[in-house]
Every structure is written in structure tokens, then in C-alpha cells.
Write a protein that binds this ligand. Structure first.
Ligand code: GTP
Ligand code: 5AD
Ligand code: SF4
Ligand code: SF4
Length: 342
């Protein structure tokens, strides 16, 4: 018997399937990175989401079960800083038990990993990606604006590896005038360690980081710099829709990645949905409006209603922000990165 049409994985208006779900579990963070949560905006008076507005773990798990029925195989937990959400391993265990979820990962600034890595691994988390924007304290502390030295993040990496959450990926956002001088030192430090360093072009997410095109150090520039010291060659992409372009060191010291969402947009293969901490569904990182799933859940929607609503939302999707970025789109009231979850 052919499968009923409605049960096939949904495609959006550009034919893209839904494969990844990125979940923000909190909009709070113990850092104030200048490109994400600038202190002038996210200061003592900033109103974070009240606890009652956050999706409960049961609500998140129910949504993920629905997404899994629609073809989602990969779930990434993010924030804000996901590890500041209390009892996160309880959520991880619930998600790890959902049939169809093959890849369960988390993006963190690493500082809370020494206390939590083992519990996360035991709960079923597979890997972590850790952000580190420079390997010297002066540059890193200027960027994180929370007086956190590099050593604390390195301790987080070690804890993750010791707990079996490796191989780990490292994210370095490059912002001109702030940390491009740390590109080569970071490459030197992490080549040959098994940790995969990815350089990320600074993006115009949200509307509070004051992004300007001139602040972007492009993939070409980053590659030229790396190649001035190390011979690298491009690698085949691994998973379908992967955001990082991969390069291997010819001397066998491992690989690096470049995430060039500004200079080389990858919307054509974008199969990612995003769920905010308060249960809004966004079909693009640069969205201005979401789709209220929490309301649906709390009004007592059935599983069938939930699924048909999600299918409708994905079927109607036409986002390709990075491909149509312009002087006008930069000023749109886009949702903040800490809210929507990287
Ligand atoms: P893996 O595929 O497991 O390697 O994870 P990832 O690279 O998707 O996750 P991570 O959270 O480490 O994201 C790395 C960077 O890519 C972050 O700056 C994200 O904001 C950015 N990114 C991820 N997905 C998208 C996307 O759909 N669009 C854009 N423009 N940027 C994205
Ligand atoms: N541009 C690019 N990357 C960003 N991140 C946060 N804000 C930005 C931005 N404006 C990165 C974080 C983290 C990942 C989820 O997204 O450093 O590594
Ligand atoms: Fe926090 Fe990550 Fe944003 Fe930095 S980039 S402020 S660590 S959520
Ligand atoms: Fe996907 Fe939007 Fe990023 Fe394009 S800009 S890759 S559509 S999230």
C-alpha cells in the first residue's frame, strides 16, 4: 500500500525537506559576547523570559516526537547558554529516547561543562560544540565581556572529551577589529588535537549587535591567512545541508571548517527549523516572526493537530535570507540569536 501523502516528510516551497531542529532552551547566558548579547542592550534591566513562559521539558519532548514523525533526525540544543537551564540532562534523556532522533548535540560556551559533561553523556547526549573566539585572554575577555579567561573554556573541552562527548567542534566567530589576529594562533593551537576548529563569518542576526558588512572577515580572507602558513585542501561535505565548508591540512593535522553564511550563503540546502525557549517556531535564523506552538500545546491540541500545523508551517516556508541580504534587510526587527538559538 502506498504511504498516504500526508505522512511523507514535508517539503517547503523551494523543495527543501525538514531534517534538523535547533532548540533554544533558555534566552539567558553567563557571557555577554559583543556580537550576540552586547551588554548595553542585555544589561541589568533586560527582561529575560519568565519561567512560566518557557516550554517545559515535557512540552519540548512532545514537539520533538512530532518533528521526528515528520523526518527530523538531528536535534541541537542551544540558547542563550543551554547549560544554565536547570536539570538539562533530564531533557536530554527524554529526547535521546525518541525514535528517529539519530543525532543529539549541544552548542555551549563550555564554562559549565566540567560540572555537567558526565551527566549529559550519561543522559544520551552524543557530542558538543564549544565556542571560543580567541586563545589569548585579552582578546577573548574583550569579546565575551564576562571576564571569563580562555583556561575555563579549555577545562570545559577537557571535561567534554573525558566524558566521551568528543570529537568536539570549536566555533570561532570572527569580527573585524576584534579577533582576526587570533585566527592563526587558534589554528596553530588546535591543529593536530582532534578538535575541529570552525571559523564563522560574523552575521547580522537580531537587531542589537550593530552589524556592518565591513565587520565581516570573509571566508576568502580567512582561507588566505590560513594558507599563508599551512597547506590545506577542500574536503567533500559530510552530511547533506552541512553549514561548514571543510578543509584538511595536507600534513595530516586534521581539518578546519569555515561557515560563510554572509559571503557564500547556503540557503539552497537549508533544512533547519528553530524552536525558541518560549515555544515559537522559526523557519529561518533571520526571521522576524514565528509560529506560536506553545499556544497550540497549552490550548490542548491533539497530536494530529500539532502535526498538521507543523506541516503547514513547513510547506509554506520560502525563507532564504542570506541569499537576499541587502542594506534594507539588515535593519529588519529580526529576533535575537540568544532567543532563537544559534
Ligand atoms: P553541525 O552541523 O553539527 O556541525 O552543527 P552546526 O555547525 O549547524 O551548529 P553550530 O551551533 O555550531 O552553528 C555554527 C554556526 O553556524 C553558528 O554561528 C550558527 O548560527 C550558524 N548556522 C547554523 N545554521 C545556520 C543556518 O541555517 N543559517 C545561517 N545563516 N547560519 C547558520
Ligand atoms: N554571527 C555569527 N555567529 C554567531 N554566534 C552568535 N552570534 C553570532 C553572530 N552574530 C555563534 C556563537 C555560537 C554559535 C551558535 O553561533 O558563537 O558558537
Ligand atoms: Fe552567550 Fe553564546 Fe551569545 Fe556568547 S554567543 S552571549 S556565549 S549565547
Ligand atoms: Fe536557512 Fe535562513 Fe540561514 Fe538561509 S539564512 S541558511 S534560510 S536559516
Amino acid at each position: 500500500m502506498p504511504e498516504p501523502l500526508a505522512m511523507l516528510p514535508p517539503r517547503d516551497t523551494l523543495g527543501r525537506p525538514l531534517h534538523d531542529l535547533r532548540i533554544s532552551v533558555t534566552d539567558r547566558c553567563n557571557f555577554r559576547c559583543v556580537y550576540c548579547m552586547p551588554r548595553a542592550v542585555f544589561g541589568p534591566d533586560h527582561a529575560f523570559l519568565p519561567t512560566a513562559d518557557l516550554l517545559t521539558f515535557d512540552e519540548i519532548a512532545r514537539l520533538v516526537r512530532t518533528f521526528a514523525r515528520m523526518g527530523v533526525e538531528k536535534v541541537r540544543l542551544a540558547g542563550g547558554e543551554p547549560l544554565v537551564r536547570r536539570e538539562l540532562p533530564v531533557l536530554v534523556a527524554a529526547l535521546a529516547a525518541i525514535p528517529g532522533i539519530r543525532d543529539l548535540t549541544l552548542t555551549t560556551n563550555g564554562v559549565l561543562l566540567p560540572a555537567q559533561a558526565e551527566a549529559l553523556k550519561a543522559a544520551g547526549l552524543q557530542r558538543v560544540t564549544i565556542s571560543l573566539d580567541a586563545d589569548d585572554d585579552e582578546t577573548f575577555m574583550r569579546l565575551n565581556d564576562a571576564r571569563v579567561p580562555v583556561e575555563r573554556v579549555l577545562a570545559g573541552m577537557e571535561a567534554a572529551e573525558a566524558a566521551g562527548l568528543g570529537p568536539i567542534k570549536l566555533n570561532m566567530v570572527v569580527k573585524r577589529g576584534w579577533n582576526e589576529h587570533a585566527i592563526l594562533p587558534m589554528a596553530r593551537r588546535f591543529r593536530g588535537t582532534g578538535r575541529i576548529l570552525r571559523f564563522i563569518e560574523y552575521m547580522d542576526v537580531g537587531h542589537s549587535n550593530g552589524w556592518r558588512l565591513d565587520d565581516v572577515v570573509t571566508a576568502d580572507e580567512i582561507l588566505r591567512l590560513i594558507s599563508s602558513e599551512f597547506a590545506v585542501e577542500p574536503m567533500e561535505p559530510t552530511a547533506q545541508g552541512e553549514v561548514a565548508e571543510r578543509y584538511r591540512y595536507l600534513d595530516g593535522a586534521g581539518e578546519i571548517g569555515i561557515i560563510a553564511s554572509v559571503s557564500r550563503p547556503f540557503c539552497g540546502s537549508c533544512n533547519r527549523a528553530r524552536l525558541s525557549a518560549d515555544g515559537q517556531l522559526y523557519t529561518c535564523l533571520f526571521a522576524t516572526t514565528g509560529h506560536d506552538l506553545r499556544g497550540l500545546l497549552r490550548r490542548g491540541a491533539s497530536d494530529e493537530e500539532l502535526e498538521s500545523d507543523l506541516r503547514r508551517a513547513w510547506n509554506g516556508r520560502d525563507d532564504r535570507y542570506s541569499e537576499i541580504r541587502s542594506a534594507e534587510t539588515v535593519d529588519l526587527p529580526k529576533v535575537e540569536m540568544s532567543y532563537i538559538g544559534g
